[in-house]
Design a protein around this ligand. Structure first.
Ligand code: ATP
Ligand code: MG
Length: 230
């Protein structure tokens, strides 16, 4: 399974979603191996010249290895990702800035494409532009349709702020292709604290991670439901 985390806009949470999704699959999903079940084998591919995902793990306690592997592949990553998917149960790809041809190359091999966005007008417009670009390459996908979903991330403000819902509606009203997840992820300090420590969210103290973890898992479950994997 190839899961691409890609968006044109910077700072929307691509690396955070990629790193934590890799951790979720590696620590919480089991796959059948003959009669037994074993933890899923996961590779996180960092295609970003900034190497945020690769550097994330370097911040953690050296005695505590990550539950997944990380590799960097910046130039022309698609063929290698397809190859890796033969050996790993999940290949999660953190997509850095790319031209539309580069995005299209990745879109055609994705089993799931999660595009994080923030709620700002610039973020929403960038999401629409990416969806418009990807809308032209559906026919190149193995299933004839790119499994694209937008995830509204880092929603600011109080619990009763409508900014998340407003962003969902704005996207839904204008998107030429793809789905918008109903579940949003709020701006919560624990995400930044986890990054500082090189940890994934499931390693943070239960009292501080509970809400963030719940929002993340709900969004991920919705994405998999939107595009079930056979
Ligand atoms: N829901 C959230 N709550 C709090 N902080 C968040 C949230 N989502 C992202 N952040 C923070 O925002 C910053 C940018 O996130 P991240 O690096 O994942 O974005 P990105 O899209 O990969 O950026 P880039 O384009 O630079 O690669 C990080 O410090 C991250 O911890
Ligand atoms: Mg990044």
């Amino acid at each position: 399974m190839i899961i691409i985390i890609g968006a044109e806009k910077g700072g929307v949470g691509k690396s955070q979603v990629a790193f934590n999704l890799a951790a979720y699959i590696a620590t919480q999903q089991k796959v059948s191996d003959g009669k037994k079940k074993r933890p899923a084998r996961v590779m996180l591919v960092d295609t970003d010249t900034q190497r945020t995902s690769s550097k994330w793990g370097a911040l953690r306690d050296a005695n505590s290895p990550l539950p997944f592997r990380v590799m960097e592949k910046i130039a022309n990553p698609a063929p290698e990702i397809v190859q890796l998917a033969e050996d790993y149960d999940a290949v999660v790809v953190d997509v850095g800035a790319r031209d539309y041809a580069g995005l299209a190359d990745l879109a055609r091999i994705a089993d799931l494409w999660i595009a994080p966005t923030r709620v700002g007008q610039g973020d929403l417009m960038s999401s629409l532009e990416m969806a418009t670009a990807l809308n032209t390459v559906h026919s190149k996908h193995k299933r004839g349709h790119i499994p694209l979903c937008f995830l509204v991330n880092a929603v600011p403000g109080a619990w009763n702020s409508t900014e998340g819902q407003d962003a969902i509606e704005a996207l839904e009203g204008a998107l030429p292709t793809g789905k918008v997840l109903k579940s949003t992820i709020r701006d919560r300090r624990v995400w930044r604290d986890a990054h500082k420590l090189g940890r994934h969210i499931f390693e943070m103290p239960p009292a501080t991670r509970e809400k963030a973890e719940d929002e993340f898992l709900t969004a991920i479950a919705e994405a998999f439901e939107a595009y079930p994997q056979s």
